[in-house]
Design a protein around this ligand. Structure first.
Ligand SMILES: Nc1ncnc2c1ncn2[C@@H]1O[C@H](COP(=O)(O)OP(=O)(O)OP(=O)(O)O)[C@@H](O)[C@H]1O
Length: 546
């Protein structure tokens, strides 16, 4: 790493210990002067540098401010605020707030206060750090925040006020906050009313359903402002605003997949430091009519049926997913249909790769830096392929879909922003085989290593259920009602399987089953950075060399 020129270097005091404090345009470092020895496994290790060195990347400094010390007054015996005066005899101090990494991808806002005897030096430090922060142009200054007060355990407002707002205020971010009054409030407000020019980003406080509202509102608004018709456009216009997700729902899978944890403070810090994670979005059409967008899972068969059943059991709370899962598994329904898909080129790898999409993923970066013309890009994809059969499940995973329950996810090697989705076809098999496949989502074995599982990395796909071929959705419903309706009314537990399932589109049921799905590469950006491996900034020795 190239050595950066020093901007400031002083001896300052930190908790009554003298420190060498240095700032360059990449890092702020401080280390104690005194030699402190540390006992490790029975032997003394380290020097003054190892014991007391700290490095904070400038891009992870939240704020700096002059510190007004709370000092105990001798005569009164009570605590009182002592205002700082520009007098040489007094101690002056400034506090730096910065990101500290904890276990499990969680971040915290830590603080360090340096004291100096010289007021001018103190001001110089504050000014220089502020100047460096002002050069970080990706940081948001103004945000539009939507809170779903009924998401998850109905703590959205509390979470925002107690965990997030203080972090935004520390970073001097201004906010307009809207607490939603009904479903689709946020979506419609974004689509039609919000004065988006005022903001650098939109923040969603809620679960995946709330995120989906924000996503739809923002993409639709962007297309509308650009004169693009969502029904027939093959290419959509990316939104200029980033979305921040503060997890406050019962399912927070998008947050988990893009940040690595569901923790409101961590998400708030990613927003404050202006992180940016591009993300692919699938558009779903039926007969050239736009239906919905999806960023995580489109599932027909098993996952469609689980959602349909769980929607009827909303009163049960989150337990409904387990109960509906077991019920759907036992019913063991399969569905016939035709899938055609446009495979992605080899450069995008395969769903069975060992490499996972992580912060700074080289596969996703290739997409944003690739200098291919549209024509070359088209040519780099394969030709449409068609497959027919009986399926227990048809899943399209645009991200790994990892969540605390299934840490590997449905497609462990899926990428957030490579312009593809992983199409997973589970053909009709025995219950035991299907169970074996499902269990592999929770252990180390390859869940695609079964003869009845096919997996393809694709850019587009179409699905037509068998009974639809040559007909319409309406015909299907009518014929299904004719076929099963009467019998089922007379014998409600007859067990006859319906001819078609429904699509589960990121947790919403789609009314149509015949669909055309296109992946739009990096259509939106989140205030996130993907899941981090151990970074260079966690290693103080590397940074001290900067
Ligand atoms: N004020 C409101 N009243 C009722 N519903 C709302 C309100 N604001 C948003 N919603 C809707 O609530 C739904 C669920 O919200 P959210 O995703 O935040 O919570 P959740 O507990 O994770 O729900 P789910 O698990 O069903 O997605 C969203 O689809 C959203 O459209």
């Amino acid at each position: 790493m190239e050595k950066q020129p020093r901007l400031l270097s002083s001896q300052l005091s930190l908790q009554n210990r003298v420190c060498d404090v240095t700032l360059n345009c990449v890092v702020l470092t401080w280390k104690e002067r005194e030699t402190t020895k540390k006992r490790v496994s029975g032997s003394f290790l380290g020097s003054s540098r190892a014991a007391g060195s700290h490095c904070v990347p400038v891009c992870e400094i939240i704020a700096v401010q002059e510190t007004t010390e709370a000092c105990q007054s001798n005569d009164a015996g009570r605590w009182q605020m002592v205002p700082q005066q520009p007098s040489e005899s007094e101690q002056h101090a400034f506090t730096v707030s910065y990101v500290e990494r904890m276990r499990g991808h969680r971040w915290r806002c830590s603080e360090v206060t340096f004291h100096c005897t010289d007021w001018r030096l103190c001001q110089q430090w504050i000014q220089t750090i502020k100047e460096q922060l002002s050069q970080l142009t990706s940081r948001p200054k103004s945000l539009l925040v939507y809170i779903n007060p009924y998401g998850g355990k109905q703590r959205g407002k509390w979470i925002y006020e107690h965990k997030v707002a203080p972090v935004f205020s520390r970073a001097s971010i201004s906010t307009d906050v809207i607490v939603t009054e009904c479903a689709n409030h946020a979506r419609n407000h974004l689509k039609k009313e919000a004065d988006l020019k005022k903001y650098d980003g939109v923040v969603c406080v809620g679960g995946d359903g709330m995120f989906s509202e924000i996503l739809h509102g923002l993409i639709s608004r962007t297309q509308c402002d650009s004169g693009v018709d969502e029904n027939c456009a093959e290419t959509l216009v990316p939104s200029a605003l980033r979305i921040g997700i503060i997890p406050a729902g019962s399912t927070d899978c998008i947050c988990f997949a893009t940040v690595g944890t569901n923790d409101p403070v961590t998400s708030a810090l990613h927003i404050v430091i202006g992180d940016s994670q591009p993300m692919d979005v699938c558009s779903v059409h039926h007969n050239n009519t736009f239906l919905r967008y999806s960023v995580s899972l489109l599932g027909y068969g098993f996952f469609g049926d689980v959602l349909t059943d769980s929607e009827r059991k909303r009163w049960m709370g989150p337990a409904r997913y387990d109960i509906s899962g077991v019920k759907t598994f036992l019913s063991h329904r399969y569905y016939e249909g035709t899938i055609s898909f446009l495979p992605a080129a080899d450069i995008f790898g395969t769903p069975r790769d060992k490499i996972k999409c992580r912060s700074g993923c080289s596969v996703c970066q290739k997409q944003s830096t690739e200098k291919l013309t549209e024509e070359e890009r088209e040519g780099s994809y394969g030709v449409w392929r068609v497959t027919r059969g009986k399926f227990l499940a048809i899943n399209a995973a645009s991200m790994s879909c990892a969540c605390p329950r299934t840490p590997k996810g449905l497609s462990p090697a899926a990428h957030l922003a490579d312009g593809t989705t992983d199409l997973i076809l589970i053909r009709k098999c025995s219950r035991l085989d299907f169970l074996r496949h499902l269990l592999r989502h929770t252990n180390k074995d390859d869940q695609f290593d079964h003869t009845f599982v096919e997996v393809h990395r694709v850019q587009q796909f179409r699905f037509t259920p068998k009974h639809w071929e040559g007909g319409s959705e309406l015909d299907l419903c009518e014929s299904k009602n004719r076929l099963f309706g009467q019998i089922c009314r007379q014998q409600p537990v007859c067990g006859c399987a319906p001819a078609h399932s429904s699509w589960n589109c990121d947790g919403e049921i789609l009314p149509q089953t015949t669909i055309h799905v296109r992946v739009h590469c990096q259509l939106i950006k989140l205030f996130a950075r993907g899941i981090e491996e151990k970074t260079v900034f966690e290693d103080p020795y590397t940074l001290c060399a900067v």
